[in-house]
Design a protein around this ligand. Structure first.
Ligand code: HSE
Length: 322
């Protein structure tokens, strides 16, 4: 049933891979984007915030197009939409900004027409659009998600991240597109490297499930993508090698980068040391970067309410970072 007053949804950022779980593992992070969607007489797309620059505001807009895919799948017609978007998630930095837009569009459009599609269906659609399930799974379901994609359907298990886990991300100022960061990967790898990654990815999931934080640093090691991507992110190779000596539980490239992500015990007394080490290492390479402390987000995509009680910006005020 159509929600005439529209819907307001919030979608978390995400990190993918967590080292060895390439195209498999994702975790939602406490950095968000918001989408408001309402049926309209004529399509209007309003984008707010600096992360939205250059995004189209006509019917070629990704959120508009994905919303139409949901309506088509559900067999309803809603050709004209009022869409509002704001995001605190930096673009093309490896924090799942595109996945959050895809998931937000699917989730908001489905909610607008009374949620006829299941979350599993939305996950399949999101994965087909993004091509891999790691970021979209985390953005949709929240928490830690391990998923398998066969080209049509994604099977997944969601886990609650351990309560002691905190996340430090170091976000370089430069952008790195996922397609560029996938181009540098080899088409084939040795059996030795395959075993290296399967064993670590399996250990990492089990360690995260059982709260074995002592195993995280060794389990987050990877030979499938990080060694090849290191040349795209100055300072990355050194940081991957030494961050644990400066207080990280584990360290990885966040998704396709260029952000680096450290898992940290929130009770650690070495947080300042770790942050300074990461920023100084980047600086020594001539890379400007900012550090941001985040939490794993238990919430995935969430319906916050309708668009009836105020303007989009008033509705999200107090929640946004900027
Ligand atoms: N698993 C993906 C990659 C995440 O590493 O290329 C980026 O979208």
């Amino acid at each position: 049933m159509m929600q005439p007053e529209g819907v307001l949804v919030r979608i978390p950022a995400s990190t993918a891979n967590l080292g060895p779980g390439f195209d498999t593992l994702g975790m939602a992070l406490s950095l968000y984007s918001w989408i408001g969607m309402k049926e309209a007489r004529q399509t209007v797309i309003r984008l707010y915030g600096s992360e939205m620059e250059g995004i189209p505001t006509d019917k070629s807009n990704l959120v508009y197009k994905i919303a139409q895919m949901v309506f088509c799948e559900a067999g309803v017609q809603v050709p004209e939409l009022e869409i509002s978007m704001y995001s605190d998630i930096p673009l093309t930095r490896g924090l799942g900004s595109s996945a959050s837009a895809i998931v937000g569009a699917l989730f908001a459009a489905n909610a607008l027409i009374g949620s006829p599609l299941t979350e599993a269906k939305l996950f399949d659609m999101a994965t087909a659009i993004e091509d891999h399930p790691d970021n979209v799974g985390a953005s949709l379901f929240g928490g830690l998600v391990t998923a398998v994609w066969d080209g049509l359907h994604a099977d997944y298990i969601r886990m609650e991240p351990h309560e002691d886990l905190e996340v430090l991300v170091v976000i370089p100022e430069f952008q790195l597109s996922t397609s560029e960061a996938r181009k540098v990967l080899p088409v084939q790898i040795s059996r030795k490297d395959a075993v290296y990654n399967i064993s670590r990815s399996s250990l990492l999931v089990a360690a995260l499930a059982q709260g074995r934080l002592d195993l995280i640093s060794r389990a987050m090691s990877d030979r499938l993508h990080q060694p090849y991507r290191a040349k795209l992110v100055p300072g990355m190779a050194e940081i991957l090698e030494k961050a644990v000596q400066h207080g990280a539980l584990g360290i990885a490239l966040s998704g396709a980068g260029p952000t680096l992500l450290a898992l940290v015990d929130r009770h650690s007394d070495r947080k300042k040391e770790l942050e300074a080490y990461l920023l100084n290492t980047m600086k020594a390479e001539g890379i400007r970067a900012s550090a941001c402390w985040l939490n794993p987000s238990s919430e995935g995509a969430q319906l916050l309410g309708s668009m009836s009680s105020g303007s989009f910006l008033e509705l999200i005020k107090g929640e946004v970072k900027a």
